[in-house]
Design a protein around this ligand. Structure first.
Ligand SMILES: Nc1ncnc2c1ncn2[C@@H]1O[C@H](COP(=O)(O)OP(=O)(O)O)[C@@H](O)[C@H]1O
Ligand SMILES: [Mg+2]
Length: 229
């Protein structure tokens, strides 16, 4: 089993600028298998940039990111997207579901893209909608369901491939507190049941309360356990 001495994903001294704006200015991060870590900090502090770097979506200007002993910078675009598709899941503030597909089809989509047959994909997707208590919306389109229901569908879609890491950027940021709490309960419960680690970006303490520990980002800097050499 992976332990704190042998983290799943680590980042060391990440720096990233957008023109004159410094988004990351020496960010450190690590997460172990199955761990739920909240990335906290005020708006504009660099949380989303850190998440995008960790997930291989945005390359940092400098610093290293290591996933299961492999440096992300050593992978090309194709390698990074293959990693994202097979090992990572994503939930964003606004579900970003495909509006033309039903909720069931949205959840089945990642499985179809990975080569799972249509019938099996739909069955597995329905199981996930049930786990997130949103199977009543299976045949509805995202535009026809509430924000809380849409986020539960988005969580189901992110976990349906059983990723090693779930990246969630302000997943309850557009919800009222009651719906937000429910989504957090279901998200962390489902992630723990599959053993997925969760990188949870939030500026709300009540959302961070669902995490095992916090990493605070301020002015693009974060301190976390340095990877063991
Ligand atoms: N694509 C981008 N282009 C230009 N500036 C950006 C971009 N993404 C982030 N920034 C800037 O980098 C800083 C950190 O942003 P971000 O990582 O989104 O912070 P947070 O998620 O904590 O609100 C902010 O000043 C933001 O305006
Ligand atoms: Mg952000």
């Amino acid at each position: 089993m992976t332990s704190r001495q042998d983290p799943l994903l680590t980042a060391h001294d990440l720096r990233k600028a957008y023109g004159p704006t410094t988004a990351l200015d020496g960010a450190h991060f690590s997460i172990g298998a199955g761990e739920v870590v909240a990335v906290m900090g005020p708006s504009g502090s660099g949380k989303s940039t850190l998440l995008h770097c960790l997930a291989g979506i945005v390359p940092p200007d400098s610093g290293t990111i290591t996933y299961q002993g492999r440096e992300l910078s050593a992978l090309n675009d194709t390698g990074r997207s293959a990693l994202r598709r097979s090992e990572f899941g994503f939930v964003f503030q606004f579900g970003q579901l495909v509006p033309e597909l039903t909720c069931l089809e949205n959840v089945a989509l990642p499985l179809r893209l990975n080569g799972t047959g249509r019938k099996q994909a739909r069955q597995t997707a329905l199981t996930w909608l049930r786990r997130l208590e949103v199977d009543d919306s299976a045949d509805q389109r995202p535009g026809e369901v509430s924000g809380g229901q849409g986020q539960r569908v988005a969580v189901a879609r992110a976990l349906v491939t059983e990723p090693r890491i779930l990246f969630a950027d302000e997943p309850t940021g557009a919800l009222d507190s009651l719906n937000g709490e429910r989504v957090m309960e279901l998200l962390t419960g489902a992630a723990r049941s599959t053993g997925a680690a969760v990188v949870l970006v939030t500026h709300e303490a009540r959302v961070a309360a669902y995490a095992d520990r916090d990493v605070v980002v301020r002015d693009g800097k974060s301190r976390d356990m340095e990877p063991v050499a």
